[in-house]
Design a protein around this ligand. Sequence first.
Ligand code: SF4
Ligand code: SF4
Length: 196
Amino acid sequence: MKVASNYIKNVVDTLKTTFVGMKITGKYLLQKPITVQYPDERLPIPNRYRGIHYLEQEKCINCLACARACPIDCIEMDAVRHGKELEWITFTLDYQKCMFCELCVYPCPKDCIHMGTEYAFVSYDRSEFNHDLLSYKGMAREAKVRMIEADKKKQAKAEAKAAKAAAEAASAAADEGAATAGTADEDAPEDDTAPE
Ligand code: SF4
Ligand code: SF4
């Protein structure tokens, strides 16, 4: 008798739990799916999201304020100044160390380093996480070429000016030498001992 009652109880429990499960399934079956088909689809990113940095290279003055503010020394940069222009060599941020704290952003006097909304950053090569912010913006090469060309032109102009000045100095020196020789001939005494 006990065996039969257990059997009936198991059947009832099974039907009951199946009904509860199907009720939940039915509820979600009629709702719009919320699955996002990443990477083809992405959820909207909030404006204040702290993702991969981006740099407005044209505005940056290589003041190192961001690098100094970073508590774990993630940022390294190097640039050569040509008058008013900077020739950028490197501006890297090491995402193996970065903790996305945003402390590097606030001290920037030119408001040119920002936390972006990009977050997908995967690689099999750890060295790629030392991220080049110059090439990330895609501006480094063009800016570099422009600055090198400007520098070459400037150098050629300076060389031409120096050569012209040297030529003028040499010509002035030659004229002065000729004038001195002429004066010396006029001032020279006549030779009375010459045979008649
Ligand atoms: S977000 Fe923080 S840890 Fe990352 S580079 Fe900026 S200051 Fe350094
Ligand atoms: S603080 Fe701003 S201006 Fe100064 S080096 Fe960093 S990004 Fe450039």
